[in-house]
Design a protein around this ligand. Sequence first.
Ligand code: GRF
Length: 194
Amino acid sequence: MSKHRLALFASGTGSNVAQIVTYFQNHTSIEVGLIVASKSTAGVLNIAQAQGIDSIVLQRTEFYENESILLDLKERHINFIVLAGFLWLVPGYLVKAYKNRMVNIHPALLPKFGGKGMYGMHVHRAVIAAGETESGPTVHLVNEVYDDGAILFQERCPVLPDDQPEDLARRVLALEHRHFAPTIERYLLSLGQS
Ligand code: GRF
């Protein structure tokens, strides 16, 4: 039986990527086959190197103007994409090729606080400024609009009266680390064999 093979796309530190890699080590039906970074300085590349996972650094123009990433993914038998802190809008050809087979994690309770420009600390600042009493991560399917696909999972945590954006970011990230990989696992197992 062939395994589900994941490509993890990231632009930054990759603390979620690290968690996902660990979670699926020695998994019977799911494996991480590739890490894709949007810049050569992304911390996530260190994880790829340390874990002996194949990696690719994207060139922005190429990513939007030709479809060579599709070949890269195909060559490595990747059948599922995980966006874990990936900041570029995914081009339509890639969304189509991985329809219902691409998920993203967002650090707020979508549909609130999503969309263009809503990433990193901007999200947590906006949540606090809006006087929300709850926040938390959302895992959703990816379509061609930022943060817009069907929601697979949400978890809630309080926003405390004295919270700085950094405090809230830490609380939400801890939930991401706990729930992202199991959510991917549940979703993939619900799809059946690849
Ligand atoms: C997370 O907060 C995630 O919700 C967002 O980007 C951040 C990635 O953090 N999409 P890390 O690189 O996994 O530490």
